[in-house]
Design a protein around this ligand. Structure first.
Ligand SMILES: *Cc1c(COP(=O)(O)O)cnc(C)c1O
Length: 358
């Protein structure tokens, strides 16, 4: 609680905000709550990375590393040559900067709910009205409702999480294209789970000009690096660069990301394994009548259980952390979200979920 002096100084709307809840990790728990990759580097990879990090000139500001990394990233991730790239300290930083970019008085931001909470949170930080348009009950897009909301509110910025967190739903491409066409402001396709998805807009970043694509290294094995990027039209990104903090990326994570680009075969193998495991788990969960599993193109599954709170507690007893989505949004009543893990962990998850269904 703030004392009276600080209460007068700190913005009242910030005092009223709830902090983004990052669950404390009890020791010895398996983390399947935050879409982290279960795979870490082999001793040889650790050694190679260590040698590179040791040599990084950390006495200097990181612009050399930055300038070396971006062209390599563009080639490795097949970012269109006509598009520009801005790096962020996690895509979370880019979500904040994008919100700041459009934060004019009375500007509105639109998101498709339920979705990533940071879109709404950042709109609130900049005093912008957030228009949340609900999906259908099956968590697929209600395109007519979105198009009506665009017409009514003329949002300066539209967020499309593709696939969506926390539901795993990948909306129909044709519907997203209609959103892009109807938009009078910027449209950001957040592809945090793009690597696990069957479709992507990355090759269209900047075409049309108001289409931006956001990506992150977090879900493919590098949550600890804090590296996200926004790809889009050079004209728009030039404006964004004006408000990006200078040297927001640090030399060590840029060096580690550069090394990550050389490990693409390893990363791709892990992604394939996780996608295959997701399909196996999906099929098995579909067979349990008391559960409802939603189709997912992310590295996680969202499941409706009879009692989410009891289910979370059961997992916790078995030292596994999963995410309780109940209470986040009415459409997520009694839903839990589980990151796909390694094979033996997934087997435990399936057994526990079957118990949750009883
Ligand atoms: C995880 C996630 C992010 C944030 O990623 P960072 O790069 O780790 O900040 C952004 N958008 C969505 C939809 C996510 O799920």
């Amino acid at each position: 609680m703030l004392n009276d002096v600080l209460k007068n100084i700190v913005r009242a709307d910030i005092q009223a905000l709830k902090a983004y809840h990052v669950a404390e990790t009890p020791t010895g728990c398996l983390k399947l709550d935050a879409m982290e990759s279960p795979y870490s580097y082999s001793p040889q990879q650790q050694q190679e990375l260590g040698a590179l990090l040791g040599k990084a000139p950390i006495n200097l500001y990181p612009d050399i590393a930055h300038h070396a990394f971006v062209p390599q990233l563009k080639i490795a991730h097949a970012i269109p040559s006509t598009a520009d790239v801005v790096l962020g300290n996690g895509s979370d930083e880019l979500i904040q900067i994008l919100t700041m970019l459009v934060a004019k008085p009375n500007a509105k931001i639109l998101g498709i709910e339920p979705t990533f909470v940071m879109y709404r949170h950042n709109a609130a930080l900049y005093g912008l009205e957030y228009i949340g348009v609900d999906t259908k009950a099956d968590l697929t897009l209600n395109i007519e409702r979105v198009l009506t909301a665009i017409q009514t509110h003329q949002p300066a910025l539209i967020w499309v999480s593709y696939p969506n967190n926390p539901t795993g739903t990948r909306y129909q491409r044709e519907d997203v294209e209609r959103i892009i066409q109807a938009a009078t402001g910027l449209v950001v396709i957040d592809e945090a789970y793009g690597a696990f998805s069957s479709d992507s807009f990355l090759s269209q970043a900047g075409q049309p000009e108001h289409l931006l694509v956001l990506r992150t290294f977090s879900k493919i094995g590098y949550a600890g690096l804090r590296l996200g990027y926004l790809s889009g039209s050079p004209n728009i990104l030039a404006e964004l660069k004006k408000i990006t903090p200078p040297y927001n990326m640090n030399h060590l994570s840029l060096t580690a990301a550069q090394y990550a680009l050389t490990q693409q075969t390893w990363i791709d193998g892990n992604i394939q394994t996780l996608k295959a495991a997701r399909e196996v788990m999906f099929a098995q969960l579909e067979d349990i009548e008391t559960l409802h599993v939603f189709p997912s193109e992310g590295n996680f599954l969202t499941v409706r259980v009879p009692d989410a709170t009891a289910c979370i507690a059961l997992f916790r007893q078995h030292h596994i952390l999963i995410k309780n989505l109940d209470g986040m949004h009415p459409l997520l009543a009694n839903c839990v979200r589980i990151t796909i893990g390694q094979e033996e962990d997934n087997a435990k998850v399936l057994a526990l979920l079957a118990q949750c269904g009883q």
